[in-house]
Design a protein around this ligand. Structure first.
Ligand code: NOJ
Length: 882
């Protein structure tokens, strides 16, 4: 076994941590355009992350008390080797799942199976393809998020998965071009926070551990991993650094949404590929030890993204609890942990209490969600859909049945159809073009996006192409479609049922056929799309991130060709996020526009339900449709800007992304965040604010208990040798040693020095508690309810409909956004009837992060509450007296 040079490296922490762009000495506006060439640097350039040690040990707070006790009892029985085995993956393609820990045969404890994705079970057959997170965000519907989570969780459980690698709130969606934004929910942290919390609850109630990812500032694909991007011809030696100030970290990226995932009990969190202020996400003691485990009181385990670990001892001391997939790089057979973690504990580099904490956190998550009762053996294989294959795929060992083809879909297709329809946003509907009756004289359907992928729905590995209708993006955040109902099929069924005429042209470059058909149609429905995905795949020159915000596959020309000949053209957009509607949205011949996101397997049926009025649209935009790409104010860093060193991605826009930016810059979007029409109309009136008696904010104080140590261990390396009766699987990662000489066993000639260990990192004595912390999700007093806000919403139209009442707050300070979303509720209202909208405002909703006090404060600036139907349609408002 071998230590890579990085194993011994500890990140050099410069004394600087940028406290805040609000700080007078830092500019509050952008000094350099993002993606600048690095010649003129801003305050964040080369920002550094301060050391924070020791790594907090779990204390069983919140709902974790029982799980903690059971985990401690379990871990107390384990040997050192068994504990190490729990923390370390067996290597890429070592077992059936995309990630697998070692097992504990002595106690009959199976290897843990970790499997993507945030929208279904990846790399498996007989599973469902759910709508993407970025789509269901538009439902603004807590029940949909919970139910989707529960159904995904139950499919994972029945396939034998212990940890579902989802949901996603990193990326949050800083730049609309971000390749994986659609895996997450929304660039608004409150919408994302509520959606992630409901998803976590759903997944975990189904008996599977949720892994909320990627922590944190993982906002683009470009330069996320060195080897991957070296492969694309970019020469650099460390992953990109997302540089951020303390206020932005707290107010936009951490609390919410990650705080909400932690408060909802997420059992696991995946640390990210990127660096944060020039320290890697999986060895960043500030973000992992201080922010996540200290301030947010996270009780579960931190797992690395795949190959995102770059050091051994130092990542353990910085708060990493599980390494995935276990080898340093795929299939090297080398590991930072495994053997090396065994040595590091024996020689004292990593204290025993830290290994105990790692193992306890993993087991506590296991008990928290009831894995001890819910577990079934893994019955699928990530590396083949065949029935027979190798148990150890990379080593090609142990041939036998690896896939039992267990159908775990139940009736999920129905909810998928319903959820996707209720997540479809109606953007334009001139003269009540929609809903259609099905009795239109001549319906024409246009666009590749209406039709099948000629290679079949799963014809491109990990959905890495844009052929046919788009129902999910590409990358690890995917699942295999059991079927994909195309829009053309569903519309055809509808029209034929009604005895009408339907014809289609689904080749986007067949200009003359398109124009000829459009000239005959009384109703044209045009399907267009825009795709993106994860950085290991490039599609049409887009390496993960989109290169622009235009439509794919000649979409604009298609719309133009149809609208030139048909004055009743309905445009349906399947996309990973915003696209530029500028060329056509206000064309009079475009009579309706729908944003249908990435709807999953029932795509066609869902859109038909909306088009033909079985579902009255109620979804609202989870992002802004701007007029130009530049209007967004943020973009991907597409070019290296720091020579061959880590690219510096300075988040100089602070908390001003999406609608917050448009509002501040005074830019008119085409369709703003929160916007969405219905087949009915609604009126808002009668705002009432009820104030609650709330005690003062109490910073958490005192100290923790000392770190528990669970059992004894031998310091003799002879006790950790490969068992003589074990026939080792090649390239498999084990906790054992192959020599009693540590330098030999670790294959590291410089073995022996521990002067890299940061001060205090091994100190297991009682530690001061974090003032802004105190429980999972942060200081419990942050969740005190200050106000309950009520308003009347009347359905002024003629059909029953659902309306999402939205509550925004102005925090009133010169550096605060004009308004920020704080709550929402969806109400179903009969025509002519009224319903009462009601939503709470908590202390956290009214607070700003104070980088000097290192706590949340309610400033003396005037606070105002707004209620309405979008971020820009807020007819009701009232000053809050605090
Ligand atoms: C890398 C991705 O970033 C992560 O989201 C995924 O869970 C792992 N690969 C495993 O596939």
């Amino acid at each position: 076994m071998h230590f890579s040079p990085e194993f011994w490296s500890i990140f050099s922490f410069l004394p600087l941590f940028v406290p805040s762009l609000r700080d007078p000495e830092y500019p509050s506006s952008t000094p350099n355009p993002p993606g600048g060439n690095g010649t003129e640097h801003d305050a964040l350039w080369l920002a550094a992350s301060p050391p924070k040690y020791p790594s907090p040990w779990m204390d069983g707070s919140g709902e974790w008390a029982t799980a903690y006790k059971r985990a401690q009892a379990f871990v107390s029985q384990l040997t050192l080797l068994e504990k190490v085995n729990l923390t370390t993956g067996v290597g890429w393609q070592g077992e059936d799942c995309v990630g697998n820990t070692g097992e504990i045969p002595r106690l009959g404890f199976p290897a843990l199976c970790l499997q993507d994705s945030p929208l279904g079970v990846r790399n498996a057959d007989y599973v469902s393809a759910f709508p993407a997170g970025g789509s269901v965000a538009a439902s603004f519907d807590r029940e949909i998020w919970y139910q989707r989570g529960f159904e995904m969780g139950s499919e994972h459980r029945k396939k034998g998965v212990d940890v579902q690698l989802g949901p996603v709130v990193g990326p949050l969606g800083r730049s609309p071009e971000g390749g994986r934004n659609w895996e997450g929910f929304s660039p608004d942290p409150v919408l994302s926070g509520i959606a992630v919390a409901q998803s976590v609850r759903g997944i975990q109630d189904a008996g599977v551990i949720a892994c909320t990812k990627h922590f944190i500032m993982n906002e683009q694909e470009h330069f996320r991993q060195v080897a991957e991007w070296n492969g694309y011809g970019y020469v650099f030696d460390e992953a990109i650094s997302s540089n951020v100030d303390d206020v932005t970290m707290h107010e936009l990226y951490l609390c919410k949404p990650f705080a909400d995932a932690v408060r909802a009990g997420t059992g696991s969190i995946m640390c990210s590929y990127n660096q944060i202020n020039n320290s890697y996400g999986c060895a960043n003691s500030y973000t992992l030890n201080h922010l996540l485990k200290g301030e947010l009181g996270f009780q579960g385990f931190v797992m690395s993204d795949w190959q995102a670990q770059h050091s051994g001892v130092s990542s353990s001391l910085a708060g990493l609890d599980m390494t995935m997939p276990g080898d340093t790089l795929f299939n090297t057979g080398y590991t930072f942990w495994g053997t090396n973690l065994t040595i590091a504990v024996v020689n004292g580099s990593v204290p025993m209490w830290r290994l105990d904490d790692m193992a306890t956190r993993i087991m506590a998550a296991y008990y928290l969600v009831g894995r001890d009762e819910a577990s079934v053996p893994v019955n699928f294989n990530s590396w083949t859909t065949d029935t027979f294959g190798y148990q150890h795929a990379f080593a090609k060992l142990d041939y036998g049945v690896v896939n039992e083809h267990v159908d775990v879909r139940e009736e999920h297709g129905r909810t998928i159809r319903d959820h996707a329809a209720r997540s479809t946003v109606l953007l334009k509907n001139t003269g009540n073009t929609l809903p259609l009756t099905g009795k239109e004289k001549f319906t024409a359907v246009f666009g590749e996006d209406a039709d099948n992928n000629p290679w079949g729905p799963n014809g491109c590995s990990d959905r890495g192409c844009d052929n046919g209708t788009l129902a999910m993006g590409w990358g690890s955040g995917t699942s295999n479609f059991p079927y994909l109902v195309t829009p053309l099929t569903a519309i055809q069924n509808e029209v034929l049922f009604n005895g009408g005429i339907i014809q289609s042209e689904t080749q986007n470059w067949a200009y003359s056929q398109i124009m000829s058909l459009a000239g005959q149609a009384s109703t044209s429905i045009v399907f267009v799309n825009a795709d993106s995905g994860e950085g290991y795949i490039g599609v049409d020159g887009n390496i993960g991130d989109r290169n622009n915000l235009t439509l794919w596959r000649n979409g604009e020309a298609l719309i133009q060709n149809v609208t030139a000949y048909c004055n009743n053209t309905i445009v349906v957009i399947h996309s990973v996020g915003p696209v530029l509607l500028t060329p056509y949205y206000d064309n009079d011949n475009v009579t309706a526009i729908l944003w249908a996101g990435l709807p999953g397997e029932q795509s066609g049926n869902s859109i038909a339900d909306v088009l033909y009025g079985r579902v009255n649209p109620s979804a609202k935009l989870p992002f802004t449709f701007g007029r130009t790409r530049e209007d967004y104010g943020t973009d991907i860093l597409y070019d290296l800007n720091n020579g061959e060193n880590a690219a510096q991605d300075d988040f100089v826009e602070g908390i001003f992304i999406d609608y917050r930016h448009f509002d501040r810059a005074g830019l008119d979007p085409i369709y703003e965040f929160g916007y969405g029409l219905s087949y009915s109309t609604f009126a808002y009136s009668g705002l009432q604010v009820e104030k609650h008696a709330v005690g003062p904010y109490m910073p958490t104080n005192g100290t923790t208990k000392a770190a528990p140590v669970l059992g004894n261990y031998s310091r003799d390396l002879a006790d950790y040798q490969f068992p003589s009766n074990l026939s080792a699987v090649p390239f498999y990662i084990y906790p054992y040693l192959n020599s009693t000489d540590a330098a030999d066993a670790s294959d590291d000639p410089s073995y022996g020095s521990d002067d890299f260990i940061p001060e205090g990192a091994r100190d297991g004595s009682p530690q001061p508690r974090v003032a802004a912390g105190g429980g999972p999700g942060g200081n419990p007093r942050l969740y005190d309810v200050f106000f309950t806000v009520r308003a009347t919403i009347q359905n002024t139209g003629s059909v029953v409909g659902e309306e999402v009442g939205q509550l925004y707050v102005s925090l009133g300070g010169p550096n605060d956004p004009k308004v920020v979303l704080r709550n929402f509720n969806k109400l179903s209202i009969a025509p002519g009837a009224s319903a009462t909208f009601s939503a709470d405002i908590t202390r956290r909703d009214l607070s700003n992060w104070d980088p000097v006090q290192q706590n949340w404060v309610i400033t003396s600036y005037p606070k105002t509450v707004f209620v309405g139907s979008s971020s820009r349609k807020l007819p009701l408002s009232q000053r809050l007296s605090i």
